[in-house]
Design a protein around this ligand. Structure first.
Ligand SMILES: C[S@@+](CC[C@H](N)C(=O)[O-])C[C@H]1O[C@@H](n2cnc3c(N)ncnc32)[C@H](O)[C@@H]1O
Length: 299
């Protein structure tokens, strides 16, 4: 039942800022591209374009289910795609395995896919009824309920404040730690309900869930590792495009690009981050917090 629900839901994942991604990747007919967060393959399918181009995409994702669904999307172009279950910051290892030293472009579309958000078994969304898991890679690492159990109240408050920018972090952390049970989405929602006035609750729910997801998956550490190494693996004139959904991530990308620009290794193609058009935001509410930055290797 869950399997078929996921199969149906992936159809609803709309790739964010697709035309901007394709434009800024400056696609070459026979180029090789890395999609570091391939998800349902929405961007990747369009990067490949017509099979006659013989462009190649190396697709990475930590989520085995996402890769399974993704692989079914490519039809006649499937031979031009390889998929790998790993974190995007480990892309040099995959390039090494494939015997590739440089690529023409790298895309990161950070955050969550609609299929993950809509899945009851993952615990990513406060609207779901599942267990508090929140791992992108379901076969390793701490779940959100493990993290909550093993953190002190102060550590939890810091996670909620730093990654969720939630002002009521201390009260929420106190109520989380004093709940008898904290294994289901409903338990966490109840702790947040006890800590927040009704008119502010929805925003607090979103912030706390986002904060815990970032902590469970060490998302910022992985982005940092990627930003420290990607430039060496791009061809001259190769492009990097990063879509982030959190102000901390966008700031990290901005600083990394600026440092590389100052070292004269990179040209920033977006002085300010691009955001989705009004029309896209209306059609795809998930795109609303997206910020896209792009850059080109020059040396
Ligand atoms: C917003 S979705 C990507 C959607 C995709 N661009 C599309 O159009 O279908 C983000 C994906 O990144 C994956 N992800 C998150 N952190 C990751 C990491 N460190 N390494 C690889 N994939 C990651 C998630 O599992 C999810 O499938």
């Amino acid at each position: 039942m869950i399997e078929s629900t996921l199969q149906e839901k992936h159809v609803n994942h709309i790739p964010v800022m697709l035309s901007e991604v394709l434009e800024y990747l400056n696609l070459q007919k026979h180029g090789v591209y890395i999609d570091g967060t391939i998800g349902a393959g929405g961007h990747a399918k369009n990067i490949l374009g017509s099979p006659s181009f013989s462009r190649k995409v190396i697709g990475l994702d930590r989520d085995a289910k996402a890769l399974e669904i993704c692989k079914n999307q490519f039809g006649a172009s499937a031979h031009l795609l390889t998929t790998h279950r790993t974190s995007y910051h480990k892309f040099p290892e995959i390039m090494h395995e494939l015997g590739i030293s440089l690529v023409n472009g790298i895309l990161l579309d950070l955050g969550l896919s609609s299929m993950q958000l809509n899945s009851n078994s993952r615990g990513f969304a406060f609207e779901s009824n599942g267990i508090l898991d929140m791992r992108f890679n379901k076969s390793s690492g701490q779940t959100a309920s493990d993290l909550i159990r093993e953190s002190t109240e102060e550590e939890l408050a810091n996670i909620i404040y730093n990654f969720g920018e939630e002002r009521r972090s201390r009260k929420i952390a106190y109520n989380i730690k004093t709940m008898k049970k904290m294994t289901a989405v409903a338990d966490l929602k109840e702790a947040i309900r006890r800590s927040t006035p009704p008119h502010k609750r929805k925003k607090s729910l979103a912030r706390v869930f986002q904060a815990l997801r970032i902590a469970v998956n060490s998302e910022l550490d992985k982005l940092e590792l990627f930003l420290n190494s990607f430039i060496d693996y791009l061809t001259i004139n190769g492009r990097v495009v990063i879509i982030s959904y959190h102000s901390i991530e966008d700031r990290m990308v901005k600083h990394a690009f600026r440092t590389l620009k100052n070292d004269q290794r990179l040209n920033q193609l977006t002085k300010k981050p691009l955001i989705p058009s009004k029309k896209e935001q209306e059609i795809n509410s998930r795109s609303r917090s997206a910020k896209l930055r792009a850059a080109e290797r020059i040396i």
